[in-house]
Ligand binder design. Structure first.
Ligand code: PYC
Length: 314
């Protein structure tokens, strides 16, 4: 027996293995003059939609959702707000690549340049004829270098705090083996660091919560400059090299003089997918460009049945 049915049309894709689900129809109508205000409205008044779309039983911890919203900026195709199992993101690189591929699949945009409004600024995307997408991200920068944190159960750890559209703690000296077989241990290790940072009051600018932890190591793959493991806010690991995380890495490489403007950095994820990153200098840090590819995996309608005890997610 069913109750009142509500339908939400979504397009799913994955970018380097990391899934994105874009709401096309049936999502909440958000209010606010800016995308940042609409994001706050989503959090305050429509969190049950976030849960229904990305949490089980329709989604999973790894899924990133996105909702298209009207942008007041006439240069933008649309505004976009990304969210996950823990709450709202500020920006999402793999998600933006998924968004562009989704709109191309729907016939709403073609090869060329397109701008999107996000809660942290306008991002530009270029869709290539071969399906690759280049995302020019918001200005990214390293805030603090070599920040020590004492981590219960681990000991002292040092990392850089950087902004790439979300706040990251980037660690190169960790003694961990970045291989897929080690994902559970890597998750536990990085989660302890995440909690220790918060407990110690270590944050980004203006108390910004550092909710992404990123480990780096050399890659055995000669096509890649580095491999990473990225822990996302809700304890899932990023299957892609993480667009905002790669942006944060580029900002650190630029600050250390290890990568020059226009030089390419090939960042490999823990599952072997690669983003190509480069940057231009800017007054606020660097402007990263991340290139990747998304594949569409589903064009479907979510059914929200008011008689379903888990209608709004688990
Ligand atoms: O690609 O920026 C990204 C991202 C953030 C969280 C998951 N992916």
């Amino acid at each position: 027996m069913s109750g009142k049915l509500q339908k939400i049309r979504v397009i799913d894709s994955h970018t380097g293995g990391e899934p994105t689900r874009i709401i096309i129809e049936g999502g909440p109508v958000l209010t606010g003059d800016t995308i940042a205000e609409k994001r706050l409205d989503f959090t305050a008044n429509f969190d049950h939609y976030r849960s229904a779309v990305v949490q089980e039983p329709r989604g999973s911890d790894v899924l990133v959702g996105g909702i298209l919203v009207k942008s007041a900026n006439p240069e933008c195709v649309s505004g976009i707000i990304f969210f996950n199992n823990a709450g709202m993101l500020y920006m999402c690189g793999h998600g933006t690549i998924g968004l562009v591929s989704t709109l191309a699949y729907l016939g709403e945009l073609g090869p060329g340049d397109h701008k999107f409004d996000t809660p942290v600024g306008v991002v530009s995307a270029h869709l290539f004829e071969d399906g690759r997408v280049a995302v020019q991200n918001v200005p990214s920068y390293r805030y603090r270098k070599d920040v020590p944190v004492d981590v219960p159960g681990i000991g002292p750890v040092k990392g850089d705090i950087a902004w790439g559209g979300n706040w990251f703690f980037l660690i190169s000296e960790h003694g961990q083996s970045l291989v897929i077989e080690n994902v559970e241990a890597l998750t536990n290790y990085t989660w302890k660091i995440r909690l220790a940072l918060e407990a110690a009051g270590i944050s980004g600018v203006d108390g910004g919560l550092i909710d992404h932890i990123e480990l780096f190591s050399p890659s055995p793959n000669s096509d890649a400059d580095s491999r990473n493991f990225v822990l996302c806010p809700g304890k899932a690991y990023d299957r892609s090299p993480c667009g905002t995380g790669t942006s944060a890495k580029l900002a650190c490489l630029a600050s250390d003089g290890k990568l020059l403007p226009g030089e390419v950095w090939r960042q490999e994820s823990i599952i072997g997918s690669i983003f190509e990153g480069s940057f231009q200098e800017s007054a606020e840090g660097v402007i990263p460009t991340i290139i990747g590819t998304a594949s569409i995996t589903s064009d479907s309608t979510l059914i929200l049945d008011s008689a379903d005890p888990f209608c709004w997610g688990i």
